[in-house]
Design a protein around this ligand. Structure first.
Ligand code: HEC
Ligand code: HEC
Length: 241
C-alpha cells in the first residue's frame, strides 16, 4: 500500500475512533490523554528500544536467568520476562518447553500501583534501566501502562481461544484493519499471516491491537471499549494461516 493511503486510513481510523468514543460519552479529554500515554507505555513494554533514542544495552540483563535461552538486548524487553499476558511464570511463558520461559513472575500484582514506585523499580538494580536508555516521559508512560493499562487476559482468553463476538469482529476488522492487513490478513508480507499470529499468540495479538505495533503506523484501539479489541482478535483467529 502507498504511504499516503496508509496515512489517510490511519487518520480516518483515529478520527472515527475519537468521535465514536467522545460522542458516546465514554471518555473525557483527560482520559483520552491518559489513553495515549498508556498506549505509548504499551509499545515500550513490547520493545522499548525499537522506538526510543537513548542507549540500547548489548549485554544480557543481569536479572535474566542464565538457564533461560535468550541473550543480549532482547532480554531487556519487558515482555521477555513478564510475558504478553503479563503473567510471567503463571501464564504462557510458564511452560518450560516455551523458548521464552524464564520462571520470573508477572506484573499483574503491580496493576493499580503508584506509577512512581514502578519507575523506582525500573531504575533499581533488579531491572537496571537507566536515564541514558529512557527519558522521564518514557519511564512515566511505561509505569502508567503497568499501573492502569493491563488487562486480565485470563478473562478474555480461554486456553488459546479468544472469547469475542466473531461476527461483530469481522465488521470492525474490515473497517479498521483490512486496509493494511487485507481481508485475509495476508497483505503485509513481512509478517506471518494474521490468522497464524492470532491463533499461535492470542495474548500478543490483544496487546498489539490495544497498543499498536512499535515503529509502525498501526493504530492503538485503547480509547475504545475492550470488547472492540476482543471481537476483532476473535475474528482474526478465523483468518487463514
Ligand atoms: C530480565 C528480566 C526482566 C525484564 C526484562 C523486566 N523485568 Fe520487571 N521484574 C523482573 C524481576 C526479577 C522482578 C522481581 C520479581 C519478584 O519480586 O520476584 C521484576 C518485577 C517487576 C515489577 C513488580 C511486580 C510486582 O508484582 O511487584 C514490575 C511492575 C515490573 N517488573 C515491570 C517491568 C517493566 C515495565 C519492564 C520493562 C521496562 C520490566 N519489568 C522488565 C525481571 C525483569
Ligand atoms: C496503518 C496500517 C495498519 C493498520 C490499520 C493495522 N495494522 Fe496491524 N500491523 C501493521 C504493520 C505495518 C505491522 C508490522 C508488520 C511487521 O511485523 O513487519 C502490523 C502488525 C500487526 C500485528 C503483529 C504481527 C507480528 O507478528 O508481529 C498484529 C497482531 C496486527 N498488526 C493486527 C492488527 C489488527 C487486528 C488491526 C485492526 C485493529 C491492525 N493490525 C491494524 C499495520 C497496520
Amino acid at each position: 500500500m502507498q504511504i499516503s493511503n496508509i496515512k489517510r486510513l490511519i487518520f480516518g481510523t483515529m478520527a472515527v475512533a475519537f468521535v465514536v468514543a467522545m460522542t458516546a460519552g465514554t471518555i473525557s479529554p483527560a482520559q483520552a490523554e491518559d489513553d495515549s500515554k498508556i498506549a505509548h507505555g504499551g509499545l515500550l513494554y513490547d520493545k522499548w528500544y525499537g522506538i526510543t533514542e537513548g542507549d540500547i544495552p548489548r549485554k544480557t540483563n543481569a536479572s535474566y536467568p542464565t538457564t533461560a535461552k535468550k541473550k543480549g538486548k532482547t532480554t531487556w524487553r519487558c515482555k521477555e520476562c513478564h510475558g504478553w499476558d503479563y503473567r510471567g511464570v503463571d501464564g504462557a511463558y510458564g511452560d518450560t518447553s516455551n523458548s521464552h520461559h524464564t520462571g520470573l513472575k508477572g506484573i499483574r500484582g503491580a496493576a493499580g500501583m503508584d506509577p512512581a514506585k514502578i519507575v523506582a523499580s525500573l531504575k533499581s538494580a533488579t531491572h537496571g534501566y537507566t536515564s541514558d536508555m529512557m527519558t522521564d516521559m518514557e519511564f512515566n508512560n511505561l509505569a502508567m501502562f503497568v499501573s492502569k493499562g493491563q488487562v486480565d487476559m485470563s478473562k478474555i482468553i480461554d486456553g488459546k481461544m479468544i472469547k469475542g463476538d466473531k461476527v461483530r469482529g469481522k465488521n470492525l476488522y474490515s473497517t479498521i484493519c483490512a486496509g493494511c492487513h487485507g481481508d485475509d490478513g495476508k497483505k503485509i508480507k513481512d509478517m506471518p499471516p494474521l490468522g497464524e499470529v492470532a491463533k499461535a499468540n492470542p495474548w500478543e495479538t490483544i496487546h498489539k491491537i490495544r497498543n499498536g505495533q512499535p515503529g509502525e503506523k498501526m493504530p492503538a484501539l485503547r480509547a475504545l471499549p475492550l470488547d472492540v479489541s476482543v471481537d476483532i482478535a476473535a475474528h482474526s483467529q478465523t483468518l487463514p494461516e
